[in-house]
Structure formats: C-alpha cells, structure tokens
Design a binder for this molecule. Structure first.
Ligand code: ARG
Length: 576
C-alpha cells in the first residue's frame, strides 16, 4: 500500500537499472496535469547512454513492468511517458487504505528525537498577533511529526529572565501581589509592563531599587526568586488560557524558559574558551563566525559576554543547543520563530557547529515566518494603533462564527451551535494562518477567513460535515463500508481515489520543508475533487454494488479530511 506514484517508481526502478546497464538511473515519476502521472526519467537516461529518448521511452513502456497497474502509457513530447492508472488497481489500493487506521501513512524511517521550539511569549507581556503564527504553525508541525512516529519534545522557550525583571518585581511589590494578580489575570499584561517602565523612567529611586533587584535575582535571593516566580506563574496561567481557547498542545510541562539556561551559561562560556573560539572585542567576549558581516562589510560578532559581565540572548540560545543535544539527545531541533531572528539563529547554529556541539547527525533548523499585515498592508494594528492582542482575535473569530452559524443553520440547538461555532471560529483563524506560505507576510482578512467558500477552514469543515450528514440520512453505519469491495468507472471517482491515495505524500512533502500550507492545499484539492465527484456521481440513488462502493469513497474522504484537519490542530464537527 503506497501512493500509486511511488508504486510506479519502484516498479520502474529495475527497468531503468537494466537499461542503464547497472548504473544509477531515476525513473522520476511525478503527478501530472495531462495524465495521472508522468515518467520523466527516460530523457536524461537517453542523453547519458547516447540513444534516442523517444525510442528509449518506448522500450520502458514495452518492458511491461507496469501492465498490472496502468491502463494506458503513452510516449509524448521529446520522451516523456504519460500514464493513467488502471481502475481496478486504484480500487484495490483504496480498499486497502479504507481498512487502515493510519489511512496509508507509514511511519518515518528512521524515527528521530525532535525538539520543537515554538510559541515562546514573554512573561509580563501580552501575546500579540505575531505569537499566533509561531504557536499555530509550531503546534501543527509537532502534531504531524508525532503522527509519523518521531519522538517529539515541545519546548516553550518563554522570555522569563533579564534586566526588565528588576523593575517588574519592584512594581509588583509596590502595587501588592493581589492587585498584580488581578491585573495580570484580566489580561492587562502590557499595562503592567508599561506602568513599571514609566516609573523606571520617571523615578530615580524606583530605578535604583530595580537595578538592585536585578542583582538580587541573579544571585538567587530567596525572596526575590519567590516574587519572580509569582510573576512567571501569573503569566503562564494567562498563556494557558490562550492555549486552551486555541486548542494548543503546550502545557506547563513544556515550559523551558530562558531562566532555565542561566546556570548553564558559565559552562558554555568555558567551553567556548577551551575551544579557543572566544575573542576579546572592546571588552566584550565574542565569537566571529565566518561569513557574517555588517553593512560595512566588517565581520559580525556573536556576543557571548557583554563588557559588564552579563550574558546575552545568544549565550542562552547556545546553552540551550547544548542542553537539547546532550540532555535531550535531539537529532533534529526546530525553531519556529519570526524571520526577524534569522541572523541570530544562523549565527548561533554556526558557532555551535564550530564548537562541535552540532555535527552531521544533529540538525538545527530555523523555521521562520513573515509578518501578519492589516488591510492597509502594514503590520496589523488595533483601531487605537496598538498591536492586536491574540486573545481578542480568538474571541472575535468565535463571535463571527456564531453569527455565521445563526444565519446558516438557525435550527441547530443553541448549546451545540456554540460548540460548533467555537470549532469553526478557531479553525478559521488557524487555517488562515496555516494555508499561506509561512515565509511570506500575509494579510489578515476576517471575511475571507470565515467564508464557507474557497480555500478556508470552514469550507473543509463543511465538506466533512456534509459527508457525515449523508451517512445520517442514509442510516448507514460508517464503519460498515470500510471493508466493502471498491469498484468504479467514472473519471471523478478515479480522480478522487487517486487524491485519497496521495495523502501520505502530502504529509511527506509538508514535513520536508516544514510548510503546513502544503497539507492545506492537499486538503483543499481533496475537498474540490470530492465536490466534483458528488455532483457527478449519485451515491444514495445508485444501485448496488456501486452504492456501497461510493459510500466507501465518501467515508474515506471524510476520514482523510478530519484527520488532516486534526494534524493542523483543527476540529471537524459532524454537523454544521
Ligand atoms: N521569547 C522570544 C521572543 O519573543 C522567542 C524565543 C524563541 N526561541 C529561542 N530559542 N530563542 O522573541
């Protein structure tokens, strides 16, 4: 059981090897717009062995290796081979997948330990729309990696350390813990931070207290640490509220904030020193990774220890690399962080390689993403010009979905309606995020997001719900069709079957580049293939055995849709 395109490839490999006289030759089979698939490997092979490409292509066809799986194979153009799969072959494959809980998706080989760093908001600061991207993209990737069998370790690298904590703690003392707790719980995080900052700027006595507090914090003073912990707890409680609403897998067990790496930093420094990478640069201790220069073309340093003796963001990320490699045994580390931090990560990874902490067996990948834009194509802002709070977006998405549901399905019972609205609203928000290529900036557009047409979350959810309702109307138990014989003749059935069978490949290509939009595109194409099938091929009115065979196609489509949405972190309601 495999994607038929891959089956073709493996059937053709011996044919190509024989023609290439034992040398390596790749059949290069691809899905195609002109046929079910196109074999492109004859051209380069003909060039290599000095023969006519069309003749060689014909020899590939005549070798007969594909006879059981294709109904037509035709040499085209300079030497491509267009093939269509045989209906019975596809039908057998679909029947096999229908019985498979994993919908044909094999386990990754080899399986890896993958550490994925995502979300990472900052303590005593609001979660803004930018955090939506890392949170939703990271969560989807972690679900997919886990599904294909990797050992996934989620780490939420929250910003919970640094100089601002001096003033934050002093402000906490000034207003009292209860008032602080109330403010932070009511998602007044930015107000808290701003108030502390304003006092710091205006009041020298407060500023001095704050500086002393930083020293106490760094020295591990018990009372100071308790106050710091209080701030961290209040913030993470708030982050958890947002994660709960959004349906994000992160929990307190995944917290791995900057503070955790503080005790490791002196050792990091010592190890860099021992490998003779450290350079004194105007009193600071730095590493110059080759290939990084500033605008004037001068080498760019990664600052490990500032002149004042303090450590930097880069140092904590280096300590974190060591921790992930040596304690967690990571084979692969993903950092889902905005594109603005690209240079930081490239430099950190390069220094880690120079120090020998990263080698050929451990890969570190920055998975960057662009900015969320408003309708004016500038960074999305609220009406008052402030950055948009993530929690407000979440609530508005659900409100909009409620309104849409009230209009679309007024008969649904109110409790179910609000549950479904929650799934649609959150799904719409997540899908809009995931369906656009993450590296690009994208325009936030409420109307498009919650629309039931086009490449949107609600459209896919609706396609799924429609199939569920078909089974309810027919009073057929869905599991009963999963072992039914499949047979078909209509081109729409053929196309739908082929799409269903390429689900594993869709997941594969998505994970190859950590690009969830590729899975979204696949699901959208599946939903449109289903729509064409459903318009063209009567299901309930068809005679047996066609009726049951078509029901089986419907059931499998719904399962792949729900499963794929699930990998994106999106629920698929059975009724909407
Ligand atoms: N807290 C950081 C920020 O808001 C993101 C941390 C990303 N992860 C890391 N290992 N540096 O910018």
């Amino acid at each position: 059981m495999a994607d038929p395109v891959l089956t073709l490839s493996s059937l053709l490999q011996p044919v190509f090897d024989a023609l290439a006289d034992g040398n390596e030759a790749d059949p290069t089979v691809r899905p195609s717009d002109h046929a079910d698939a196109q074999i492109n490997g004859a051209l380069p092979l003909a060039k290599r062995i000095g023969t006519n490409p069309r003749e060689l292509a014909q020899r590939v066809v005549d070798a007969g290796a594909l006879d059981d799986v294709v109904s037509a194979a035709e040499v085209a153009g300079p030497g491509f081979i267009n093939v269509n799969f045989a209906g019975p072959f596809l039908a057998d494959q679909v029947a096999e997948v229908a019985e498979d809980e994993r919908l044909g998706v094999p386990d990754a080989d080899p399986t890896k330990t993958v550490v994925i760093d995502y979300s990472a908001p900052n303590v005593a600061k609001e979660m803004h729309v930018g955090h939506l991207r890392t949170t939703v993209i990271g969560d989807a990737l972690s679900r997919m990696l886990e599904f294909v069998g990797h050992h996934v370790i989620r780490e939420n690298h929250i910003g919970d350390w640094g100089r601002p904590f001096g003033m934050l703690i002093e402000h906490l003392i000034d207003i009292g813990e209860d008032a602080a707790a109330e403010g932070l719980a009511q998602n007044e995080l930015d107000a808290f931070y701003k108030a502390a900052n304003a006092k710091f700027d205006a009041d020298e006595e407060f500023a001095e207290r704050s500086r002393q507090r930083v020293v106490l914090l760094q020295n591990g003073d018990v009372d100071t640490i308790a106050l710091w912990q209080r701030l961290v707890d209040l913030s993470t409680e708030y982050f958890n509220t947002v994660y709960d609403k959004l349906g994000i897998l992160l929990s307190d067990d995944d917290l791995a904030g900057e503070s955790q790496y503080q005790p490791l930093m002196p050792d990091t420094l010592a190890r860099l020193e021992a490998s003779e990478l450290l350079v004194d640069d105007d009193g600071a201790r730095v590493v110059f990774p080759p290939g990084f220069t500033n605008r004037d073309g001068d080498p760019l340093p990664l600052i490990i220890q500032a002149r004042t003796g303090g450590f930097n963001y880069a140092t904590s990320d280096l300590a974190c690399v060591i921790d992930r490699v040596e304690r967690l045994n990571a084979d692969l580390m993903l950092y889902v962080v905005d594109a603005g931090q690209s240079q930081h990560f490239q430099m950190v990874f390069e220094v880690a390689r120079m120090a020998g902490w990263l080698d050929a067996d451990t890969e570190a990948v920055h998975v960057p993403f662009g900015v969320v834009l408003g309708p004016d194509r500038r960074r999305l802002r609220s009406r008052s010009g402030e950055p948009v709070k993530l929690i407000d977006l979440v609530d508005e998405a659900v409100d909009r979905a409620e309104a849409a549901m009230a209009e679309k399905n007024p008969d649904l019972d109110p409790a179910e309606r609000s549950e479904v609205a929650r799934m649609i609203g959150i799904g719409a928000l997540k899908y809009a995020e995931l369906s656009s290529d993450r590296v690009k900036d994208y325009v936030f557009d409420w109307d498009r997001m919650v629309s039931f047409d086009g490449n949107t979350g609600p459209y896919l959810q609706y396609a799924h719900a429609r199939i569920c309702s078909l089974f309810r109307r027919a009073e057929v138990d869905r599991t009963s069709v999963r072992t039914a014989p499949i047979e078909f003749g209509e081109p729409e059935e053929h196309a739908l079957a082929l799409r269903l069978l390429s689900y594993p490949t869709a997941i594969d290509t998505t994970l190859e580049t950590y690009s969830p939009h590729k899975l979204c595109t696949y699901l959208y194409e599946l939903a449109t293939d289903f729509t064409s099938f459903y318009e063209r091929c009567p299901v309930l009115k068809a005679d047996e055995p066609t009726r049951t065979s078509r029901l089986a196609l419907c059931d499998l489509t719904a399962r792949v849709l729900a499963h794929g949405l699930g990998l994106l972190g999106i629920d698929a309601p059975e009724r909407m």
